[in-house]
Design a protein around this ligand. Structure first.
Ligand code: CA
Length: 359
């Protein structure tokens, strides 16, 4: 070793010994708690919070740790917004539409019946006005949100009896996610808001007639096929529901710019991975379900049409009485119209052609 490299190496050693290291390692140690609205058994949807926490830890060199807690561990599945708002936990991972009872606008940040599909939702959030408008709204709840996954178009759920027309929806007691219940009600159904971990029992006992959750992979895990034979599509109320990380604004504001950037990057990673997981896992699960006797059925056209009509009427009513809804939905619906104008040509035609081929 020559003299020059000796000095150079001693220099590096000296710097390391003095504890001067890259900026990120000089950051304070941070410990956060994140409450999920989902059970641990769902690696897809619950798993997104773990992906997020793992990425935050790795990018911060182990200094920023987020412990992830399943539904019920720290607070109930539907208590997580209160938890973040009050600062009981720094973060949560949830489907915002569960909280439409506080304000219907929560649904616009997640899914509304006949809304945007997964790609369109990400486009609205990331490149359109979605994130800006939703952050303005969530600020009322001390929340800074980050898109944290999408399931893609969901299935229409499990039914103990066949649905032959919209008449069969009358009196149907159905577990349906959040805001969609408002439309189900308008076409005669009786919506029930039940957390994921409790649906199976309700369907098995017959306290409900039908239940929707997500799609083949998650639904199979929760075992709904064992207690209801008919599996309908599409989940017209969830063409592309977005999950979100909600972070308490004080906790977020207290972070250094580096940690803020890490949170943003980790959430983006979790957002992309969730859709990829669902797309990769659903086909195999659907094959197994059908192989085991599940009866796959499209919703009758009159059910789709009645639900569509009632959804649009509901949105008009909300625009007349909820100022925030009016503002956000005006932007959302214009974006939706443009997206469908575009997707109907090459995207939809390509997909339909490919799906009709023997591959
Ligand atoms: Ca659902």
């Amino acid at each position: 070793m020559d003299r020059r490299s000796l000095i150079k190496n001693a220099g590096i050693a000296g710097v390391l010994a003095a504890g001067v290291a890259p900026a990120v390692h000089a950051q304070a140690t941070i410990r956060w708690r994140l409450a999920s609205s989902f059970p641990k058994s769902l690696d897809t949807i619950y798993g997104a919070a773990e992906v997020f926490a793992k990425a935050v830890k790795a990018m911060s060199g182990g200094k920023f740790e987020i412990s992830v807690h399943s539904a019920g561990e720290l607070m109930p599945a539907f208590g997580v917004v209160d938890g973040v708002q009050q600062g009981t936990v720094e973060a949560c991972h949830t489907a915002p539409y569960y909280f439409f009872g506080k304000d219907e606008c929560f649904a616009l940040g997640c899914a509304i019946p006949f809304g945007l599909n997964s790609r369109q939702m990400s486009a609205w959030m990331i490149e359109g006005n979605g994130l800006k408008l939703m952050r303005e709204f969530y600020a009322k709840y001390n929340i800074v949100n980050f898109p944290g996954g999408n399931t893609g178009a969901q299935m229409g759920g499990w039914y103990r009896k066949e649905i032959k027309s919209v008449k069969d929806i009358k009196g149907l007691k159905m577990r349906i996610g959040g805001f969609a219940g408002k439309v189900l009600e308008r076409i005669g159904g009786v919506p029930q808001n039940i957390p994921g971990g409790e649906i199976y029992q309700a369907l098995e006992k017959g306290t409900i007639d039908a239940a929707e959750w997500v799609g083949p992979y998650d639904d199979q895990k929760l075992g709904f096929n064992k207690v209801a034979p008919f599996y309908y599509y599409p989940g017209w109320w969830e063409g592309g529901p977005e999950l979100d990380f909600f972070i308490n604004n004080k906790a977020f504001d207290a972070l250094t710019p580096e940690y803020k950037a890490i949170v943003e990057a980790a959430a983006a990673q979790a957002h992309g991975e969730m859709q990829a997981k669902y797309d990769a896992k659903n086909p195999g699960a659907l094959k197994q379900l059908v192989g085991a006797g599940t009866k796959l059925r499209p919703f009758p056209t009159d059910v789709m049409n009645a639900a569509f009509k009632e959804s649009m009427a509901l949105y008009d009513e909300l625009s007349a009485k909820n100022e925030s809804w009016k503002k956000i939905y005006a932007d959302y619906s214009k974006f939706r119209a443009d997206q469908n104008l575009w997707f109907r040509f090459t995207e939809a035609t390509f997909d339909r052609f490919m799906q009709a081929q023997k591959l």
